[in-house]
Design a protein around this ligand. Structure first.
Ligand SMILES: Cc1cc2nc3c(=O)[nH]c(=O)nc-3n(C[C@H](O)[C@H](O)[C@H](O)COP(=O)(O)OP(=O)(O)OC[C@H]3O[C@@H](n4cnc5c(N)ncnc54)[C@H](O)[C@@H]3O)c2cc1C
Length: 491
């Protein structure tokens, strides 16, 4: 249990600074709320940090810029019909893996229920070089640019399969180890230096990797890949015949947003929404936080869980040191644009191609999700990533949705009139996120990945982008836990 009061050492220090500084004293008087710790951002990282510190007896205030809590966990009021009944359309995270220790612990503690995921994506056909190709015809298709045995690799898998073979990492934190800094180069350069053919490198941009092969460090891919390998080995408890008892990933009953909502319920009165933080001023004895509506808050410590795409627009005084400042200003983020659809009739029965599609055009991926009867209405999702997503999301939501549907109709005339967009979302256009996930550019892991999480005076850093070992929601929880313990160690 951590004491709520100041230690004698910090009390003496504070008392002397306060006595000597009327300026600081007057600032404190103007703060409308004081706390031991202010957490900025009510996504999973911020809420996990706040919960751990509140449980340890600290007085915590959470400031959230939006009217909605959860950040990149966003279950909408629009629903989809699945085998598990009506489920909310999830604009962000939904899949919970069996190896997510912290997320599963929170789900359990907060009394939430896990349900089997009902998102079986139906097989893919390919639209490449202007041709629509069945999966079985891919190896012999004139649109297949590869040679020899590589022609057999499905077009959806070539990029990631080829890159996976070049992964030197074994331990989850190897990506941060300077021994591997030689791999902090673009995916393109790594493939080239390992003799992947020019055709193969080019093809990987439409087969799983995107034109980000130039702008993303191979170490960023390898971090997720290494964590993903661990995931694929996870089976959980077995039955008496040696078969896994549970099937992963799972979803949360009622939507993923049930998790941040339940976390907030554990922090009564401490989470303030519509408090868009604009400035953080760090002093010797505390931190001053100002929001766009003119409110002032003061605490002994602050944890920021803001994505660096957003944090870079705040005033932080004094300025963080070199590599950390560089990280805040420059850390790359990926864009994901999705359109969630209703498919009125299974148009693939008319054109005879596999239902889902992977293309080298603007659409990139259109997933069709099984309704388990094969007949009638299905779910569909446009998944546009990388540069293609930036191009699509430059349009208004209505224009972008219409464009995606039209593109699908161009590739598959049988889909005409069958696909209705229920909800469209661009994470790059979301003002409090400005991106989907951190994507270190070549050289950025070496330049600042280790330094970017070091506390800057009384300001600590959390958020998925400060991950060390994990990915997805578990990375957000991991980061909140780390930042909370950093603060607890100082109180
Ligand atoms: C499309 C998509 C699908 C995903 N799918 C999965 C999945 O299936 N499984 C999985 O494990 N993970 C998934 N993820 C990743 C997961 O959503 C994230 O890792 C996690 O939610 C990030 O949490 P966070 O707290 O770090 O950041 P965020 O959730 O982004 O939280 C940051 C918070 O800060 C707030 N904020 C921003 N600026 C300010 C400001 N100036 N003042 C005050 N508040 C501010 C934001 O509103 C937000 O609430 C997905 C992500 C996306 C985008």
């Amino acid at each position: 249990m951590v004491r709520r009061t100041f230690s004698r050492r910090s009390f003496n220090k504070t008392a002397s600074v306060t006595a000597a500084g009327p300026f600081i004293h007057s600032r404190r008087a103007r703060a409308q709320e004081t706390a031991d710790v202010i957490v900025i951002g009510a996504g999973l990282a911020g809420l996990n940090a706040a919960g751990i510190m509140a449980d340890s007896g600290l007085n915590v205030t959470v400031l959230e810029g939006s009217s909605r809590i959860g950040g990149r966990v966003w279950s909408t009021t629009k629903t989809w019909e699945t085998n598990a009944g009506e489920v909310p359309i999830e604009l962000g995270a939904s899949q919970i893996s069996g190896s997510y220790a912290r997320v599963l612990d929170a789900v359990d503690r907060l009394g939430l229920t896990l349900i089997d995921q009902d998102r079986e994506v139906l097989p893919f056909s390919f639209h490449m070089n202007g041709m629509h190709i069945k999966a079985g015809d891919w190896a012999d298709s004139p649109a297949n640019p590869l040679e020899g045995e590589e022609r057999e690799i499905p077009a959806t898998a070539y990029g990631s399969t080829t890159l996976a073979k070049l992964n030197p990492l074994v331990e989850l934190d190897d990506w941060l180890d300077p021994r591997f800094s030689d791999y902090d180069v673009s995916v393109h350069d790594l493939m080239k230096r390992n003799g992947v053919s020019e055709q193969g490198i080019r093809f990987s941009t439409v087969s799983g990797l995107g034109t980000e092969i130039h702008s993303v460090s191979a170490l960023r891919y390898f971090q997720e890949r290494t964590r993903g390998t661990l995931e694929s080995q996870f089976v959980g408890p077995l039955d008496e015949d040696g078969k896994p008892i549970e099937f992963w990933p799972k979803n949360i009953l009622g939507g993923t947003a049930m998790l941040p909502r339940a976390m907030v319920a554990q922090l009564p009165g401490r989470v303030h929404t519509n408090k868009h933080v604009a400035a953080i001023e760090i002093e010797d004895d505390g931190v001053d936080v100002r929001t766009l509506d003119g409110s002032r808050y003061r605490a002994r410590f602050v944890i920021s869980s803001l994505p660096f795409t957003v944090l870079r627009s705040l005033s932080i005084w004094p300025r963080p040191p070199g590599p950390q400042f560089q990280a805040i200003q420059q850390l790359n983020y990926a864009e994901t644009t999705r359109a969630f659809c209703r498919i009125k009739e299974p148009f693939w029965q008319e054109d005879g191609f596999e239902p889902s599609i992977n293309s080298d055009g603007a659409v990139r991926m259109f997933w069709v999700m099984d309704n388990h009867s094969g007949e009638g209405e299905h779910r569909g999702m446009f998944v546009v990533t990388g540069q293609a997503a930036f191009r699509v999301s430059a349009r208004s939501p209505e224009a972008a949705s219409a464009y995606l549907v039209k593109e699908l109709e161009r590739m598959r005339p049988a889909s005409k009139g069958q696909v209705e967009v229920l909800r469209y979302h661009s994470w790059g256009n979301e003002p409090l996120q400005r991106g989907c996930s951190p994507m270190f550019a070549p050289g950025q892991v070496t330049a600042f990945a280790n330094e970017m999480i070091i506390p800057h005076g009384r300001l600590h850093f959390a958020g998925e982008h400060t991950r060390r070992l994990e990915y997805g929601m578990e990375a957000a929880m991991e980061s909140g836990e780390r930042a909370a313990f950093e603060v607890l160690d100082r109180t």
